[in-house]
Design a protein around this ligand. Structure first.
Ligand code: HEM
Length: 149
């Protein structure tokens, strides 16, 4: 497995490929739900936890939307478009000031969960490659030279 993260060029439109069918075939919808439960348990306590709803009910809604979206993106049933509607990745993340560092925190949390997920490396790699590229859409805030760490 290669959990490489490439740098986002601010304002770029990333090229990406959706995960291969084996990803959802191996993991299953229940497995994906479990993966996001674990992911959200970790993300709320991470450095970007403040972006997410503090209220349990609201957080569950976001989690459920994520699960529906990812099942659809992975080639499974179209749960998101049928029950929520059209998804615009840029617009959905616009209310949050997301920097490259925040994206890396999100991806790092996902890596932690994926490492414990029992599917083939081929399936995992294709999911990771999708996330790594597609997540570039969320970066909407440049880090000024003054604040670089
Ligand atoms: C491939 C990567 C990602 C995908 C596919 C994705 C997708 C989504 C989806 C489907 C939702 C739910 C939208 C809805 O309610 O309909 C969502 C919400 C959210 N995402 Fe992402 N996301 C990704 C990466 C990120 C990253 C890198 C961050 C921040 C660093 C982030 C922060 C958030 C936040 C804060 C919400 C909650 C929005 C709210 O409170 O309504 N996401 N995302």
């Amino acid at each position: 497995m290669d959990y490489h993260v490439s740098k986002t060029e601010f304002g770029e439109k990333p090229n990406f490929e959706y995960p291969k069918p084996i990803f959802i075939e191996e993991l299953g919808e229940e497995g994906l739900k479990k993966l996001f439960n674990e992911f959200y348990d970790l993300i709320v306590d991470s450095d970007i936890g403040n972006f997410f709803p503090q209220e349990e009910e609201e957080l569950e809604k976001v989690k459920a939307h994520n699960v529906k979206f990812f099942i659809e993106a992975a080639g499974g049933p179209k749960h998101y478009s049928e029950t929520v509607g059209h998804f615009d990745m840029v617009k959905a993340h616009e209310p949050f000031s997301i920097t490259e560092k925040a994206r890396r925190e999100w991806l790092g949390t996902m890596e932690e969960v994926l490492r414990k997920t029992d599917i083939s490396d081929e399936a995992k790699q294709s999911f990771w490659d999708f996330l790594e590229r597609f997540s570039k859409h969320t970066v909407n805030t440049p880090v000024s030279e003054d604040f670089k760490i």
